[in-house]
Design a binder for this molecule. Sequence first.
Ligand code: FES
Length: 155
Amino acid sequence: MPNYKNQQTAHTNSSSINRRRFLTFLVHGGWLAAMGIFVYQMGKFMGARDVLQTGPEPIVVAGTTNEFPPDSTVYVSDAQAWVHNDGRNLQALSAICPHLGCLVQQKEIPNTGYQCPCHGSRFGPHGELERGPAERPLRPLDIQTTENDTVLIRT
Ligand code: FES
């Protein structure tokens, strides 16, 4: 006489193992998916940071002195810098906002300072911090004029 009770138990155990395997598969798959999303988001974040931190070359040829006339402020894109000629000297400021790295623009009135289009930080004409959220002034850069009137900026 067949033992139906044992067959039913065996069947129940077998379906229980399949259910357990399936649930294990779902849990592990969920973890893998979550890890994949996490790694992808971290990669995007790190990539964005790399883009923000990719800066200009260490020394940039900004042009010749006649490209920076007295009382002018000129943007040098290769250096990501603003160069101001006050009539006596050239001064260079990094255009990279010390808050999160956007490029600052001149204020509406030229030669009065800079403002950040991203979160509204404002800086005076010499890069001094006027309003946050940035907590530091714009970084001054080394600028030199060679004997043949070439302007070099160390970024
Ligand atoms: S990046 Fe300039 S204020 Fe935020």
